[in-house]
Design a binder for this molecule. Structure first.
Ligand code: G
Ligand code: G
Ligand code: MN
Ligand code: NA
Length: 254
């Protein structure tokens, strides 16, 4: 209750911010994009990690206005990149199942993109398999509308759900993000490496682009490069950055 009111007030008071984690090619030479990650710096509760407030925002429905703020903010960040001549650098936004189910989500996405004056292709929307819990047909319909709009869809936490392979071929996604829990063990566990290798091949055979998440070491990086993973996201390159630090990174990598 206290936290719920805090969330509502936090939105009004501008206590939310986005951090941006870079994604590079496996050689670490090319900055490909950023994932926007929500942060809440609460006047009352101090710094709150997303794992604590996002589930609450989902339960209370506050994820709808908060999610709209996130989308608007991420589109404005994408606009800054475009203004620097870097429209090829995309911005990925996480969404919750409740956002997709809500009426008007596709319209909100469209109007944020139009208001920012960016190309829809610069925005990636990260979904998880949990969007299918409510209605598979409705989810696929909404996702198809987003795809028609021109945004790129990305399947987050790939491999951790129960039925990835059932849905994969009917989903209009362009990107698969291999969950950190798989990446953690590729150096120490040969079987796990085979699983990740198979995921990469499967994705490539379906014409998808692969992102490895939570890559922390040079050894992991080298292996993923050998397996032709398209993008790397993780502490080996960078933690999530404040907006200004992310912009500086783009300037420096030009
Ligand atoms: O940085 P990390 O602790 O940032 O993120 C924790 C979790 O919160 C991740 O699972 C991520 O997908 C989720 N998350 C981060 N930002 C957002 C957001 O803007 N919206 C939603 N729905 N989830 C987010
Ligand atoms: O949306 P998703 O569930 O994929 O959220 C990504 C989460 O992973 C965020 O909380 C982000 O801060 C975290 N993260 C990104 N890279 C690394 C990493 O290399 N190591 C660890 N431990 N966490 C990471
Ligand atoms: Mn994500
Ligand atoms: Na993930």
């Amino acid at each position: 209750m206290v936290l719920t009111n805090g969330l509502r007030r936090g939105l009004e008071r501008g206590e939310f911010l986005l951090n941006y984690q870079p994604q590079y090619d496996a050689a670490g030479k090319r900055l490909i994009g950023f994932e926007a990650l929500l942060r809440w710096n609460s006047a009352e509760h101090g710094f709150m990690p997303p794992d604590r407030f996002i589930p609450l925002a989902e339960q209370t429905g506050l994820i709808i206005p908060i999610g709209e703020w996130v989308f608007k903010e991420a589109c404005l960040f994408a606009r800054r990149l475009a203004d620097m001549g870097k429209a090829a650098i995309h911005v990925a936004v996480n969404i919750s199942p409740r956002q997709l189910v809500a009426d008007g989500f596709v319209a909100t996405v469209r109007s944020c993109i139009e208001a920012a004056g960016i190309s829809p292709g610069q925005i990636e929307i990260e979904i998880t398999e949990s969007i299918f819990i409510e209605s598979v047909e409705d989810a696929i319909f909404k996702l198809s509308q987003l795809r028609e709009l021109g945004v790129v869809l990305s399947l987050d936490d790939f491999g951790t759900g129960y039925s990835s392979l059932t849905y994969l071929k009917s989903l209009p996604v362009g990107v698969l993000k291999i969950d950190k829990s798989f990446i953690d063990e590729i150096v120490s566990d040969q079987a796990q490496l085979h699983v990740v290798g198979a995921m990469i091949n499967l994705g490539h055979n379906l014409g998808l682009s692969l992102v490895a998440e939570g890559v922390e070491t040079e050894k992991q990086l080298k292996i993923l490069s050998e397996y032709r993973c398209d993008r790397i996201q993780g502490y080996v390159f960078s933690k999530p950055l404040a907006a200004e630090a992310a912009i500086r990174l783009v300037t420096d990598s030009a």
